[in-house]
Design a protein around this ligand. Sequence first.
Ligand code: PA5
Length: 395
Amino acid sequence: MISFDFNTYNDTNIATLKNKKEELISKLYNDKMSGFINNIIDDNEVNRIIDISNKIKENSDILIVIGIGGSFMGSFAISEMFKNHFKKKDTELIYLGTNLSTNYLLEVIDYIKDKDVTLNVISKSGTTLEVSLVYKIIKTELEKKYSNEELKSRIIITTDKENGKLREEAINNSYTSFEIPSDIGGRYSLITAAHLLPLAVANINIKDLIAGYKKGIDLIDKAYIYASNRIELFKKKKYIENFSVYQDNLYYYTEWIKQLFGESEGKNNLGIFPVSTVNTRDLHSLGQFIQEGNNIIFETVIKVEKDNDLKINNTSLNELNNIVINSVCRAHKKGNTPSVIISLDKLTIENIGMLSMFFMLSAVFSSYLFGVNPYNQPGVEEYKKEVKLHIDSNL
Ligand code: PA5
């Protein structure tokens, strides 16, 4: 269950935005990229993902996941959220492809030498530079260990159904493959094989995640109110939104949220710049700025009402954490930094599915209200064009 506290906002100011609600809900459902709500994965595909994840868990010490941006952030964030830091998993996940730095890659190459590995490369376009290069490097390592026949199940390609170099690669080598539907964009692809396969290998119950995600559609009104609030705050020169969490296992989830909002609405010289803090750590750092610095920030706080139980002198640590959250919100409000509080009754996979749908809907509505296309990222192409001018096109 998820509840919302929008109390710090003045509702009457957003009346005009509220009038647009029905129009924008209909725009959302009719958008050609609305697959994340209109084309939710079917049971056969989910079962195939689970079957293949079970095979990976049986025959691999490591699953290497190669992807970047919306093709990696969701599964990485959720697997980090639910992992046990000290118990070793049966199959370890290693994420690559998010940079071109050498040292870590060399360490990975050395680490996998005497281990059984499956590789899942994920790219909707099939042309993303970082992903293509790292894929070639790791594939070369796997070719040293396995026959072409064995690679057919050890290399798994998740990409567009028909287009792109990776689809060709899958067809030419008969590699196992999954499709990212054409009507679902990278950062909206959480409930596709792009994220569900790594998550299933990470022992996340993907059926619960999907169930929560579907329930999240019922939060469409709340998502619209939240988006309207964001726009109203932007008009009041609140140009930065701080996504604030109080459990460190939510840190990468705030990275997912930042990618979702940043790439969706940051266009045409508009948008709210997303940042994040993990508290109480950052109360002793950026907290000073949020309280008394340049007054351009508002906050969205994700609160977990009931965590596991740990008591100090009969008082629950979780309750103390929640007292701190409420106190910080009050203090920040006095410093003219208002907050929305989004409360999960518990940190469950189903709740995270719901919350993720809520944020995706909000990102689309916010982008529509800014008058920009939520699903493209023309600005990202600019750096790619520059890079292409300077590197060998055969790479
Ligand atoms: O959210 C997005 O659409 C982007 O961040 C993409 O996911 C990212 O650029 C990777 O693209 P691709 O999956 O085509 O490699």
